[in-house]
Write a protein that binds this ligand. Structure first.
Ligand code: ATP
Ligand code: MG
Ligand code: FE
Length: 349
């Protein structure tokens, strides 16, 4: 089936079109530059940018894919979680399209979409798959028996998300927002010279928070380390700090992900979300999965950060698996839990 997906949960207006498990087009208009000078995403600015970009991005996606709206079999849209005003622009647009074309609408979870995008990259997901979602707002280990309706959370961050830690540490180092890609690049020229803390990895912490993460202590440790050098009038070795910080994050993430696979008897690990674009995370995950005999699946970096193709991919899976369509009055739910894959479901399903 031909499915168009719309993503507006944060600052990317994404429109993707997939044909079953094949990606036809992924059109993204980002307002990231408008937010950069504020050091973070400004919700009102994001909503307005979505409004302006929505129709042109849909038109561009259809033109690039060589499809007409009339060819579509379903519309899929991010209904949460995310910024309320931003989500509403996408949800309203999707409802209008589905209603006027007379085709089913799927309101889907943004986080589940970060997992489902890998299907258009590498084919069907093994069932079950272990998914590690590492993004700007979330860091979770998820047991995924079926990405269209059964996602279980094994653990999550108890404070900052991994991407948030990258963005905050970048700020401390004087690198631009969003900081993840800048730390990744800076670290490539650095050495791992500083042993920063690995949160929730030992003793009682590990017992109580086996599959949880904590990055705020790490962020504070980096800030203190840098501040001490600055007070002493020493140069801050930005590349080395970036490499050492990145190593600490990636070490914890990959260690716990592999452990979760082993303990749950799952032999495939999928990594999704913006931080999955990180080159060191991809390399270490590959090495540790190889050692443990696990299949690793990570989409290309451009499909790790927010996009419309991921939403289209999940919608196409729902159609293929015969999941019921969402009600046309489905809500935009800014705090939609990761375990709710779809919104606007008929009450008796
Ligand atoms: P969520 O998916 O939790 O709602 P989000 O949609 O804002 O959050 P994504 O777009 O999935 O998040 O990811 C953005 C995050 O990914 C940012 O924090 C950014 O710094 C981080 N990021 C992007 N590229 C890299 C990279 N190469 N290395 C590390 N972090 C990265
Ligand atoms: Mg973004
Ligand atoms: Fe995201």
């Amino acid at each position: 089936p031909l499915v168009l997906g719309i993503e507006t949960s944060c600052d990317e207006t994404g429109v993707g079109i997939v044909h079953g498990e094949r990606l036809l087009v992924d059109a993204v208009a980002s307002s990231v530059d408008e937010h950069a000078r504020f050091g973070g995403v400004v919700p009102e600015v994001a909503s307005r940018a979505h409004l302006e970009a929505m129709v042109p991005t849909i038109e561009r996606a259809c033109a690039d894919a060589g499809v007409s709206l009339r060819d579509l079999d379903a519309i899929s849209v991010t209904s949460g979680p995310g910024l309320a005003g931003a989500l509403m622009v996408g949800v309203a647009s999707a409802k209008a399209l589905a209603l006027s074309l007379g085709i089913p609408l799927y309101g889907v979870n943004h986080l589940a979409s970060h997992v489902a995008v890998d299907i258009v990259e590498h084919g069907p997901l093994p069932e079950p798959t272990m998914a590690m979602l590492v993004s700007g707002g979330h860091s979770s280990l998820l047991l995924v028996p079926d990405v269209t309706h059964d996602i279980r959370s094994l653990g999550a961050t108890i404070d900052d998300a991994a991407g948030e830690a990258f963005d905050k540490v970048a700020r401390v180092l004087g690198l631009p927002f969003p900081g993840g890609p800048h730390i990744d690049r800076a670290a490539a020229d650095g050495q791992i010279t500083i042993d920063f803390p690995r949160g929730l990895t030992s003793g009682r912490d590990m017992e109580r928070h086996r599959f949880d993460f904590s990055f705020s202590g790490l962020k504070t440790a980096v800030a203190r380390w840098v501040e001490t050098r600055r007070v002493d009038g020493e140069d801050v070795p930005v590349a080395d700090v970036a490499a050492s910080f990145q190593e600490a994050v990636v070490d914890v993430l990959t260690r716990k992900a592999v452990l979760a696979c082993r303990e749950q008897g799952v032999d495939a690990l999928q990594i999704g979300g913006g931080v999955a674009a990180n080159s060191r995370l991809r390399a270490m995950a590959q090495a540790r999965c190889d050692d443990a005999g696990l299949l690793l699946r990570v989409p290309r970096p451009g499909l790790c950060t927010d996009n419309g193709a991921m939403v289209a991919s999940l919608g196409a899976q729902m159609l293929l698996k015969g999941r019921p369509a969402s009600a046309l009055d489905l809500p935009a739910d800014s705090s939609m839990p990761v375990t709710d894959v779809q919104s606007g479901l008929p009450v008796d399903v």
